[in-house]
Design a binder for this molecule. Sequence first.
Ligand code: UD1
Length: 430
Amino acid sequence: MDKIKIIGGNKLNGKIYISGAKNAALPLVCASLLTKEPVTLKNVPALSDITFLNSLLNYMGLKISEKEEIYGGHITKTYTYQADEIKELIAPYDFVRKMRASYYVLGPVLARFHHVEFSLPGGCAIGARPMDIHLSSLEQMGAAIEIKNGYVIADAPQGLKGSHIIFSKASVGATCNILMAAVLAEGVTKIENAAKEPEIENLIDLLSAMGAKIFGRGTSILTIEGVKELHGATHAVIADRIEAGSYAIAAAITKGKIELINANPEHLQQPLRTLEKMGVTVEEKENSIIIDAQNKTIFGEDIYTDYYPGFPTDLQAQYMALMTVAEGASLVTESIWENRFMHVPELCRMGANINIHGHASAIIRGVKKLSGAPVMATDLRASFALVLAGLVAEGETIINRVYHLDRGYEHLEEKLKAVGANIERIKEPD
Ligand code: UD1
């Protein structure tokens, strides 16, 4: 298994191109199951999560072609998906266990083919991750759902029917899945307490370009008038706000200055305001964000993770890495996931002073310096927090389990190296 070696201490300066958002691309790719015509997606990030999802769709019978194109001033991937000859209506365990978000096939396949079998993914490192909202909503839309041998088997022989659904939590995954189910359902579906993340707006824009009728974009009440069929479309994945926020911290923690090209500041308002309160200068441009921490003192600050537009849970670990070397104390409260402090013991091994209270709060008291160490993380964002700690730590940090980073950070070492980091991948046989 590959490792990443970082020698800390370099200030990072320059420009980083922000890639297409993984969490936007995953549902967009699955939306191609809703039509027999080709769906072309631009600015798709080159990440292992996308490769896994493509292999599942390929198994189901989709034709997938790939090319490189300039988008947003840099080379990106464009994929075309065509679901005109679907062979399998099943997402087997071997695919789903590698990539949870394979659950995005559920809504579109059931809506278009009236049957789907889907291996339940189970929990993961950050929490139990139930799917009750996805399943009960589909039942409300007329699906018969049975759980057998670890699989969800869903049938709607007469097709799905529009319904008035009130989500108990503003789940991102359930909002995407039920949107993709509702666009081909008979009649009107109303979703209350829908998630409002920018990735959902990106999905609504693709579905609308495919002929869907969706009202309430950007709000927590979505109304969908079902149509008989959808057609092909060409659409671009939005820039990854979590990747942008992660590199903003790389600038802050090394007291450098980085311009995040293609990042959309509108999607990062809470994290940017937090950075300013911590003492960093933030300049928002139309298509980029400049993070300047040169000669600045970084102060502690509190964060509370919440549904969008609240502070994103997917940036909690990275901000905590910055807090470990800030002046004074910070309080982090995690309200979305029940087990999202797995990075804390690893940061402490590097010299951080963090106390966890219960399972939702952590107090971080800033220390003068961190020191490099061999570390490993159990999830994607926690792994990036360790990269950040490594960038500022004295000496050498070795990050194990690099496959987590490969799931969500395109060209990680190249991007960091280009702004001055001393970072390299150590290739090792699996
Ligand atoms: C997505 C993101 C993930 C991010 C999360 C919250 C993707 C691929 N992943 O995950 O990176 O951390 O949003 O912003 O986009 N819940 C239920 N029942 C359900 C579904 C969810 O109780 O049926 C709960 C979850 O346990 C959690 C909360 O709702 O406490 C939010 O989860 P959700 O928004 O669904 O997260 P994901 O879509 O899985």
